[in-house]
Each structure stands twice: as C-alpha cells, then as structure tokens.
Design a protein around this ligand. Structure first.
Ligand code: HEM
Length: 452
C-alpha cells in the first residue's frame, strides 16, 4: 500500500514539476489571504487594500494623523484600515468617540496585544494588560497613587517644588537660547518618580538623563515604519536588523533600571511604612504570597512601575513643549495668558489648582494646546470585544484606534481663536465649557462670564 502511494506521488511530481507546485502554493497563499480579508456585511468602508500588506504603505507613519485625515475626508468618521493582516477601525469625531468611551465602553474595554507589545510587556503592567490582571493592577495603582498624593494637596506641593527647580534651571541659561527638551522631561518625570521611586533626580544626573533619552527614543521608535512592520511580520522582522531591535534593547535597559530600583527598595523595606509605590507593591506581593492566581508578582511590579514612569513622563512633557511652541507662535495669546497670570498670581505666588477657577483664559489655552498638540494621534488602541453596532455599521472583534478629532469642523483648528469664535455669539462673553464636554457651548447651562 505504502509503495503504491509512493509511486503515485512520484508520478504526480514528474507531471507537476516544481514550478507548478510553487505557483500552486503562491495561488493558495493569495486565496487564503483573500478569504481572511473578506469584509463582513455592513462593515465600515475603507481604502482598497493589497494582499498581505493591507493599507500599510498608504500610511505615512511620520505624519500618521495627517494620513488619516485624508481617509476621514473620503470615508467619514468611521472607517476601516488593514495594517498588514491586523484589521482595524478608526473612529473620529466627538459623538462617535463619546458613544464608544461612554455609552458602549464595555464593548471596547480590552487592549489588542500587538507583536511589539507582546514581546516587550507580555500582557503585564497597567497599559497593556487585559481582563482580571488589568482590573487588579489598575485598582491597586489608582488607590496607591491616591494614597501618595494624586488628587491631593501633597501632589500639588511636589509639582510646585519641582517648578521651582525648573525655573531655577531655566534661569541659569541667562536668557540665552537653549533646548528645554530634557530639562522639561526631567522636571515632569521627577513628579512621578517621587511617587513611584520615592526620589527625584537632579537635572545634572547623567544616568537619569540617559534614561530620559531612552524613554524619548522608545516613544519615537515605536511609531516608526520599521516597528510597525514588526507588528505586521514579526517572524521575519525578528531576524532583521533595524530600529525595531534598538527599541527592544532600549526597553530592556529601562526594565533593568526599574528592576535595580526595586532591588534597592527591598534592602531598606519596612512593610509597616510604605515610602512609595514600589514599597506598597512589595507589601501587596507579600499579601498574595501563595496564591497561584494573583497578578501581584515581581514581573507585574516591574511593568506597572515602568508604565507609570513612561506614561507619566512622555505625555506631560511633550504637551508642555507644544505649549511653549504655541506660545511662541501666537504672541498675542501669550500676552493674554501672561496678563492673566500677572493679575491672578502676580510675581511671587505659585500656580495652584485653586487659582484655576480664576484663570479661565489660561485654562482654555491649556485645553487648546492639548487638543492641537495631538500627542497621541491614534490613542493607545482598544479592541472590540463582542460584535457591536456603531454609527450604523457592524463591528466584529477588531482593533480600534481613535483619531483625535483635531480637524472636526465643529471644533475648528486655530488655537484659542476658535474658543472666542464659539463664544462670540454669546455677547462677547467667555463661557466656561470644556471642549470635550461641549464643543459648541450649547449645553453650558451655567455660563460664567469674563470679558476679554
Ligand atoms: C498630557 C498628559 C497625558 C495624556 C495626553 C495621556 C493620554 C493617555 C491616553 C490617550 C491613554 C489611553 C486611554 C484609554 O484607552 O482609555 C492613557 C492611558 C494611561 N495613562 Fe495617560 N496621559 C497623560 C498623562 C498621564 C500621566 C501623568 C500618567 C501617570 C500617572 C498616565 C498614566 C496612564 C496609564 C497608567 C494609562 C493606562 C490606563 C489603563 O489602561 O487603564 N498618563 N493616557
């Protein structure tokens, strides 16, 4: 029987020839890819995609948010894209984003695990974990950060103290041009460092400056085309040199830094007196010792701490750099902000959350900087967890990216002037209403008026 099968295969092989087999295999791969890419009924529209790579090469990763605007104009506020074989929908515009994040949040609660994130974070930590692990880590982080001052006065005092150091460092430049990038990063990072590591780092600390540069580099590298290619073809890219390999090396160095800080903490650890986030986490590990299902272990301590360090540093410092740039580009707005600061705080008083109430113009400028700066243009992706209907379309399990509605016609595009434009119809008065709450001020039931 075996001999008969063998001679049959040999006969086939002589008839088919290797070239035919190869052609058949390629045709099969194309067909399988076509089947995989078939769009379900009533799926959001999107640009036609190529086999294997999808819409990958239609996106400019250096200017991701601008490439998306092209598609928004053509397909509307909800459209589909294929990143290689990762099916994705992009959602933009305030009403749809609100629908997803507020009304249907349970259907979009998970994070998709991309190959890069899988390799670096292995579903650990705060940002890239899911399910029970995410719930436990998030609950613990929120409570602990609150205990160490987030939302309390003590955090405000830490910020005020750090502001003092930053102003001093800027003063040392004697009015000469300088690059504020890493001074700002250092100052912002010190706030979260003082809560997580229990210490701040001097702006002249070379080791810490190196870490800040690593953090900055990972943020930049992760959005590069090479790293996105890794997400699409991880098996091939694994063997190729390139910026993605540098990304992995940088993450390793950052992990090692956090692991070293944790080891140092263990030496001086007193369970009765938690000095910071790491101490509190070590206590939590002790509490769950022996439980096979607990997510409180050393790995998650490293990743959660790293998440706070990363998210607490890059986001706020990039926003502040945008603020500086906009102040330089819009001197007339800078003047008004300065006038309000002088009027409310004067030259000696520190800024505080209590003063925010009396500084509506500066508050509006900060919100505009956040909107226009658009520092996370595609958000941190979420995933559709169950079949969902959104905007009249059917969304099966898929990646979801939110595009910042920076070009939403309802919001306009020019700094602060659009706030004034919106509020002018209200007899030249300034109406306090957060852009995110109500972009057109229509719902502002309690207008607080300030004349400008
Ligand atoms: C301008 C400042 C900031 C911006 C623009 C920003 C933006 C974001 C965005 C867009 C997300 C994803 C939200 C989602 O999918 O629901 C996120 C999540 C997160 N951010 Fe921030 N962030 C900022 C500051 C911070 C700071 C200071 C910290 C640290 C204390 C932080 C820690 C986190 C964490 C831990 C998550 C993950 C939360 C979760 O998945 O449950 N962020 N941030």
């Amino acid at each position: 029987m075996l001999a008969a099968l063998g001679s049959l295969a040999a006969a086939f092989w002589t008839v088919l020839r290797p070239r035919t087999v190869l052609l058949g295999a390629v045709a099969f791969l194309f067909f399988a890819d076509f089947l995989k890419r078939r769009r379900p009924k009533n799926y959001p529209p999107g640009p036609p995609s190529l086999p294997f790579v999808g819409n990958f090469f239609q996106l400019d990763f250096e200017k991701g948010h601008l490439s998306l605007q092209r598609f928004v104009k053509k397909y509307g506020n909800l459209f589909s894209l294929e990143f290689g074989d990762l099916p994705s929908v992009i959602i933009t515009g305030l009403p749809l984003i609100k629908e997803v994040l507020v009304h249907q949040d349970q259907n979009f609660v998970n994070r998709p695990i991309t190959p890069i994130r899988e390799r670096v974070f292995r579903k650990n930590g705060l940002i890239m974990s899911i399910g029970q692990v995410w719930k436990e880590q998030r609950r613990f982080a929120l409570t602990t950060l609150k205990n160490f001052g987030l939302g309390r006065k003590s955090l405000e005092e830490r910020i005020q103290e750090e502001t003092h150091f930053l102003i001093q460092a800027i003063g040392e430049e004697n009015g000469q041009p300088f690059d504020p990038h890493f001074k700002i990063n250092n100052a912002v990072s010190n706030i979260i460092c003082s809560i997580t590591f229990g210490e701040r780092f001097d702006y002249e600390d070379d080791q810490f400056q190196k870490l800040l540069r690593l953090l900055d580099e990972v943020t930049y590298l992760e959005t590069s085309m090479w790293c996105q290619l890794y997400n699409v073809f991880p098996r091939i890219m694994n063997f190729l040199p390139g910026p993605h390999q540098m990304l992995f090396r940088n993450w390793e160095k950052l992990k090692m830094f956090v692991a070293r800080v944790i080891e140092n903490h263990k030496r001086g650890w007193n369970p009765a007196e938690a000095r910071d986030f790491i101490d509190a986490y070590l206590k939590e590990i002790e509490k769950h010792k022996g439980s096979a299902t607990s997510s409180f272990h050393k790995e998650n301590l490293i990743y959660s701490t790293l998440d706070l360090f990363f998210a607490g540093t890059e986001t706020t410092s990039t926003t502040l750099r945008w603020a500086l740039l906009y102040m330089a580009l819009y001197p007339e707005i800078q003047e008004k902000v300065q006038a309000e600061i002088d009027r409310v705080l004067g030259q000696s008083q520190q800024p505080s959350t209590a003063a925010r109430e009396s500084m509506p113009y500066t508050n509006a400028v900060i919100h505009e900087v956040q909107r226009m700066g658009n520092i996370i243009p595609m958000n941190v992706p979420r995933e559709v967890t169950v079949d969902t209907t959104l905007g009249g379309y059917h969304l099966p399990k898929r990646f979801v990216n939110f595009d910042n509605p920076i070009e939403d016609p309802a919001l306009g595009t020019s700094l602060v002037t659009q706030w004034l434009r919106i509020c002018l119809p209200m007899q030249g008065t300034w109406v306090r209403a957060l852009v995110w709450e109500d972009p057109t001020c229509r719902g502002a039931t309690k207008p607080v008026c300030h004349n400008y």
